[in-house]
Design a protein around this ligand. Sequence first.
Ligand code: ADP
Ligand code: MG
Length: 332
Amino acid sequence: MAPDPPPKRFGEFALIAKLFAPLAAKDKGAFALSDDAAVVSVPAGSELVVTTDTVVEGVHFLRDDPAELIAKKALRVNLSDLAAKGAVPKSYLLALSLPKWVDNQWLTRFAAGLAEDQNRYAVTLIGGDTTSSPSTVAITITALGLAESGRMLRRAGARPRDIVFVSGTIGDAGAGLAALRGEGTGLSDFVRSALVSRYQLPEPRLALGRALVGLASAALDVSDGLIADIGHIAEVSGVKISIDAVRVPVSASTRALWGEGNDATVRAATAGDDYEIAFTAPASARARVEALARETGVDIHEIGRVDAGKGVLLLDERNRALPVTRTGFTHF
Ligand code: ADP
Ligand code: MG
């Protein structure tokens, strides 16, 4: 009798045992994903920093995107939150909602993407949940990290006369998404793929975030759009923040798509998905921040200042507020 053909898709428990349990091997508290819950130990003097983010097919990624990249993005957007809080990532939980079209090949590639990033960022899967879904994939990851007690970087804490900084470049991921949607047909393949990869594969700024503990007065990761997110710092810190448009770091690749000038800067600064760190610090920290850029290999740009008042402004060369109708991405 011929052997049965392999199933197109593992059952729920085979999926967990075959693909996910190996990802949990390094953390004893995960009990090889064989128990109802995991145990997380926290060293004396540390606190657990916890964050969760969902990525949904059709909203954050497209069905045809490589499954490895979808897995990495789902994990990295969470690690970016930990980075912005100055926390050291430790482990994560994975809640998966899977429609019928997802097959073993997709799942195997998904797990392989997680395995690669687990090595890269020294994190381990410790649990999760698996359910069916009527039509689209949804992935919720909850990431756990450690911070020295009482020292997690907060959004609240920016003070008048502080300076505003941002890492890396702003707008590349949004430009990459625009390119995927058909904008910029004249772009070179090199520029196009550089932009698309910033959209598909963010790089959490973990070393920078760690180094900002004790230095930054407020910090967050830029996920919705630079202006919207700086607005969050302004609001919870109870201050006004002014950003100089000419100092917002927009890459040559994004300029190639959206052009020079302030309109393109507004677009970049409201696009979202950057996963850079925006932070404030007193002027006395400027030299230390410059040194950090060299030590971590991540560019850091001074882009604005904090004043008494409220709200966020994007200023042109003559200090006039640029019209920003939509400060960033919102779901509803
Ligand atoms: P319950 O019966 O409580 O719903 P499950 O059957 O959902 O438990 O899960 C059994 C074990 O498998 C648990 O340890 C859970 O954390 C783990 N698990 C389930 N789905 C996933 C997943 N997608 N990723 C990692 N671990 C998972
Ligand atoms: Mg369950």
